[in-house]
Design a protein around this ligand. Structure first.
Ligand code: ADP
Ligand code: GLC
Length: 479
């Protein structure tokens, strides 16, 4: 089974969220399960630096429109995973975030940047590939690569079967109609079953319509996106493809997110040595400049600060949370109003609330280990990885019942399997009610230990999800 896995992010080098984590771990799990897999990604500066000895493989002339010529380089990860790096300095040799310029605004040529990635993926998956390796499966992720199944179907011959995984339906890759020519697409592609979406061009819609199979990252989200309320304007199309759409819950990289070996922690620990977790709490309180209290629970947030994540509810409940008493640490960046709201809360409650605005991988690990309870009140959450990191770190998550959160967290009050706290209504009052429940449970050490044990007993690895992706690839190979 040969698979070309195409992605615009890949941890640890290029990551804005969970997509990067998934692309950093799932390919390796698939390889271990027997798949001959190569990862195609843009040759961003971070990847140039990571693989300075990458070998030139092929030159690709322009594949139409204003898509520039490009080159392919081969590199190999230390663990043996082969990468194909798409080199096009005019599009990819830009530092920092893969989508945004220095002012935090989308690059104006993102359609060309990810159009090229998609177009090259399709070329490599068809008969005209310049490589001597042609995949059976082309596996794409999110809007950034969603034009690939379309190009493959209509612009290449004898292609691989295609799979498109939806990590977040909120990002659809929508551009004005003028970009049609630039992407080497024809006027005849401009129709409802082509690339047109409400008079705009949508990368994601084209992929959702034309990939052979669709997956998303949890069973609950697979159901939710077929409803008008959660389908972000695409529920009709998704319902029409219900037979080809499956939800496969993400895993986590248990070599990176493992409290027994995590080098970012003040003290490592496991289920049998949970007491060492306390040292992480004290170290975290020190790091955030909070009093080292062991008599009140420490809640935590690590997140993109966007409306998806429901953190406005936390900001609104902040005063009450501090008064419980409880402590709160927040690591995140994004929405400026939310950043300001958390800064204000920290100013008002310096003994109880502390905030770091920014993106800091090491601190994220430290928080998972040092906090008592992790907050994820998302409005929607396709899968969510942080609640699984929290479960693995014995830090019961408090979540809203949506998407992958509903598929991984079981409420403490629902029996012995309880591993966290779940609420439904998207209001500060409902959140606060559940925060109080969690604080009360925390005050009962036996009960809390039972929750931590249940959380840490789960298997959150990629073993089962990778097997499910392989099964899916096999059904396509047989057709
Ligand atoms: P999403 O992909 O929607 O942002 P996930 O829970 O799937 O949500 O994944 C988020 C990933 O990004 C996690 O690995 C999380 O630790 C990381 N992350 C988010 N914000 C930050 C931040 N400010 N600093 C460090 N890591 C962050
Ligand atoms: C997206 C989703 C998140 C999911 C991640 C990886 O960013 O918002 O819920 O965990 O992709 O699939």
């Amino acid at each position: 089974m040969k698979t070309l896995f195409v992605t615009s992010e890949i941890a640890p080098w290029v990551k804005t969220g969970g997509l990067g984590d998934v692309a950093g771990a799932l390919p390796q799990a698939l390889r271990q399960a027997g798949c001959d897999l190569r990862v195609l990604a843009p040759r961003y500066p971070a990847l140039q630096k990571a693989f300075p000895n990458a070998e030139h493989l092929a030159h690709l002339p322009s594949l139409g429109g204003q898509l520039p010529a490009a080159d392919l380089y081969a590199a190999q990860h230390a663990d043996g995973l082969p990468f194909l790096l798409l080199d096009c300095p005019q599009l990819f040799d830009r530092p920092g975030n893969p989508y945004l310029g220095p002012e935090g605004i989308d690059w104006l040529d993102n359609h060309l940047r990810f159009g090229l990635l998609s177009r090259v993926a399709a070329r490599l998956a068809g008969d005209a590939t310049p490589l001597d390796w042609r995949p059976d499966i082309l596996h794409c992720h999110d809007w950034q690569t969603a034009l690939a199944p379309y190009y493959l179907r209509f612009y290449e011959k004898g292609g691989a079967a295609s799979v498109l995984t939806i990590h977040n339906l909120a990002f659809q890759g929508i551009f004005p109609p003028q970009v049609l020519d630039e992407l080497g697409l024809l006027a005849s592609d401009w129709h409802i079953d082509g690339v047109e979406y409400y008079s705009q061009l949508s990368f994601l819609k084209a992929g959702l319509r034309h990939a052979d199979r669709l997956t998303t990252v949890s069973p609950t989200y697979a159901r939710e996106i077929q409803t008008t309320a959660e389908g972000m304007g695409l529920s009709g199309l998704l319902r029409s493809r219900a037979a080809e759409l499956t939800g496969i819950l993400n895993g986590i990289d248990t070599t990176i997110w493992n409290p027994a070996s995590d080098s970012h922690l003040a003290a490592t620990y496991d289920r049998e040595h949970l007491d060492a977790k306390r040292k992480n709490k004290a170290a975290l309180q020190r790091q955030f400049g909070l009093p080292e209290r062991s008599d009140c629970p420490l809640f935590a947030v690590v997140s993109r600060l966007t409306s998806q994540k429901g953190l406005d509810l936390v900001a609104a409940a902040g005063d009450l949370l501090a008064a419980l008493p409880a402590q709160l640490v927040v690591l995140g960046n994004g929405d400026k109003t939310l950043e300001a709201a958390f800064r204000k809360l920290a100013e008002r409650h310096p003994q109880h609330i502390a905030v770091t605005i920014g993106f800091d991988e090491a601190l994220a690990h430290h928080i998972e280990a040092g906090a008592d309870c992790f907050l994820m009140p998302s409005r929607f959450e396709p899968c969510g990885l942080n609640q699984m990191y929290s479960l693995a770190y014995g830090t019961p998550p408090l979540v809203r019942a949506t998407g992958g959160l509903a598929d991984t967290v079981i409420d403490a009050d629902s029996g012995a399997l309880g591993n966290g706290f779940v609420f439904s209504e998207t209001t500060p009052a409902a959140l606060m009610h559940t925060v109080r429940r969690a604080a009360e449970a925390w005050r009962d050490p036996k009960r809390w230990r039972q929750l931590q044990m249940a959380a840490m007993a789960g298997d959150y690895s990629w073993r089962v999800p990778a097997a499910r992706y392989l099964d899916l690839y096999r059904t396509l190979q047989r057709q």
